[in-house]
Design a binder for this molecule. Structure first.
Ligand SMILES: [Zn+2]
Ligand SMILES: [Zn+2]
Length: 294
């Protein structure tokens, strides 16, 4: 069994970007309802607030000040803080892996702008954080949200120590970015599958191979849930697909980086979906096998 941390703060559920992050509180509460916090190896950590100087590692002061004037500042701080704290604990070996529930998205956030329910690079900020205080260098990010992670791609475009694997389709408005000449050897975009089977097949074909070759010190999985049939993205997946994706991606971390993985989601699917998916991913992370047949 693994020592798994769940990082969540009430603010992320209460102040979530509502049109996008739909089942945030429900996802967290389902972990409790399924009895997983009674397991000795699964622990809830109340996410801390990120500090402004931690956000300034990537974002400009002008952008920070702009977000500060909105209602999304507070929820952004707790969303980022959860990822930073999880990264520290997993890197130091206090935890084997972690699941972070955020109240806002992050992968459409650039250094000085953002869109689509994103304000700051919630997951991306873990990378300079780990480099600065933990001496880590190489990271892989796997993003299975429906949409292209334009912000993460932009921030780490020139950084060959960041492998970025994005399942977004390809071939539309980000054509320049998708061009294989420009992608380089550490940045990839792949299509989504039109069904559970196809999505699982695509992820299984691309992720283990690329991550194992790259040899990161830690893997981040941005687990977008807008691919769910009742959400607003591809609408291609049933709830049952996500635990299968989790097995592949968590298994990849096991092979490539001693199991060091942070799964981050903003729960962008309806409550019935997140309350099925979230506890099952935690169950797989922790290897408790409580829900594998339910
Ligand atoms: Zn999306
Ligand atoms: Zn992409």
């Amino acid at each position: 069994m693994k020592k798994t941390g769940v990082f969540y703060h009430d603010v992320c559920g209460k102040e979530a970007y509502s049109s996008l992050a739909m089942g945030v509180a429900d996802g967290f509460e389902a972990i409790e309802k399924e009895g997983l916090f009674k397991e000795p190896n699964i622990k809830w950590f109340e996410s801390r607030k990120a500090q402004e100087k931690e956000i300034a590692r990537i974002h400009t002061q002008k952008w920070i000040d702009e977000v500060k004037r909105t209602q999304w500042w507070n929820v952004s701080l707790y969303s980022i803080g959860g990822v930073l704290e999880a990264t520290e604990k997993v890197f130091k070996g206090e935890l084997d892996n972690a699941f972070v529930i955020a109240g806002v998205g992050g992968h459409h956030a650039h250094r000085d702008s953002a869109w689509g329910g994103c304000y700051f690079s919630v997951t991306g900020l873990a990378i300079p954080h780990a480099r600065e205080i933990l001496g880590a260098k190489r990271f892989a990010i796997v993003d299975t949200d429906t949409h292209h992670a334009d912000g993460v791609r932009d921030i780490f475009q020139q950084d060959d120590d960041v492998l970025h694997i994005c399942f977004c389709g390809g071939g539309s408005w980000w054509d320049d970015d998708y061009d294989s000449k420009q992608l380089g050897r550490t940045k990839f975009c792949f299509p989504h599958g039109a069904s559970d089977e196809k999505e699982i097949e695509n992820v299984r074909r691309e992720v283990p191979k690329l991550v194992n070759e790259f040899k990161p010190e830690m893997l981040f999985w941005i687990c977008g849930m807008d691919t769910h049939e009742d959400s607003y993205g591809t609408q291609a997946l049933t709830s049952k697909a996500y635990p299968e994706l989790a097995k592949i991606i968590i298994g990849t971390a096991e092979d490539a980086c001693q199991g060091k993985i942070i799964v981050k989601t903003c729960c962008n699917a309806p409550p019935h979906a997140t309350s099925y998916i979230v506890p099952r991913i935690v169950d797989i992370l922790a290897e408790t096998k409580k829900l594998s047949n339910k």
